[in-house]
Write a protein that binds this ligand. Structure first.
Ligand SMILES: [Zn+2]
Length: 256
């Protein structure tokens, strides 16, 4: 089980509150976080200006980024540059993402992990360019829209101050891992369809429930004229990966 108390001493010697928080959360991560992709009990801080990620697993080389703060917003997490994010997405180089909330007395309140292969372009929101007065005027950042990421891809290591057993976290990860084998472009479809299925809010549904969201898919892919066949194909992919079951006659059931 994770130790949820952070060592505030790690922030001593740093001036700005952002630097202090970064130092304390990073130090906690490198002492407590474990690799979800393999059985390694630790992940190492990448420390010096390695821009691609904050932690690396010494066992399997999985990369992890961590965004943390006192606020908890399950809809939107500010991330880095929009262009570099979209680039990383197309070339399948997005790190796994930890989103953490901590309290005023430096204890971990919430911690969730979005595996690298759960990001789709639909979950990346372009921000307005920074104004002329800013140090990096014109720079365009992005937000990660957690609300557009399927629930299966939000693994909760800590929820409201309670840590989940490590075994359960790793088995949740293994269950969704087959998605990583699909190429990035096809995977975007699978993830968006899975998100729609989950948002229906019920276990049993049919093809017309999915077709009702045809407009959303069309808006994301204006050049695609074959949305419905694609949606049917994605139902098969979700079935083959164990997310849903076919009950016959266009009826489906979401698996636990
Ligand atoms: Zn690992």
């Amino acid at each position: 089980m994770l130790n949820l108390t952070m060592n505030s001493q790690a922030g001593i010697g740093y001036k700005s509150s952002a630097q202090i928080a970064r130092r304390i959360t990073e130090s906690w991560g490198s002492e407590n976080l474990y690799c979800v992709c393999c059985n390694n009990p630790r992940i190492n801080s990448t420390k010096t200006n390695f821009r691609a990620a904050d932690f690396r697993c010494p066992g399997c080389n999985a990369l992890y980024e961590m965004k943390s703060g006192k606020r908890w917003d399950e809809n939107r997490v500010p991330d880095s540059g929009y262009a570099s994010m979209m680039n990383a997405l197309t070339s399948d180089r997005v790190p796994n993402l930890f989103v953490m909330q901590y309290s005023n007395n430096w204890t971990v309140r919430n911690l969730l992990l979005v595996p690298s292969f759960f990001f789709s372009p639909a979950a990346i929101e372009k921000r307005k360019p920074l104004g002329l007065g800013a140090r990096r005027a014109g720079w365009v950042g992005c937000n990660i829209l957690l609300s557009k990421i399927a629930d299966a891809g939000k693994i909760r290591l800590v929820k409201d101050g309670l840590a989940e057993p490590i075994d359960r976290i790793r088995s949740n990860y293994q269950r969704i891992r087959p998605l990583a084998r699909i190429g990035t472009e096809a995977r975007g479809w699978t993830l968006d369809v899975l998100n729609v299925v989950e948002r229906l809010g019920r276990r049993d549904f049919d093809l017309t429930d999915i077709y009702a969201h045809e407009g959303e898919f069309a808006a994301l892919r204006p050049t695609n004229m074959n949305i419905r066949p694609k949606l049917r194909q994605q139902m098969q992919v979700l079935r083959d990966m164990g997310f849903i079951r076919f009950k016959g006659r266009g009826q489906y059931r979401l698996n636990d």
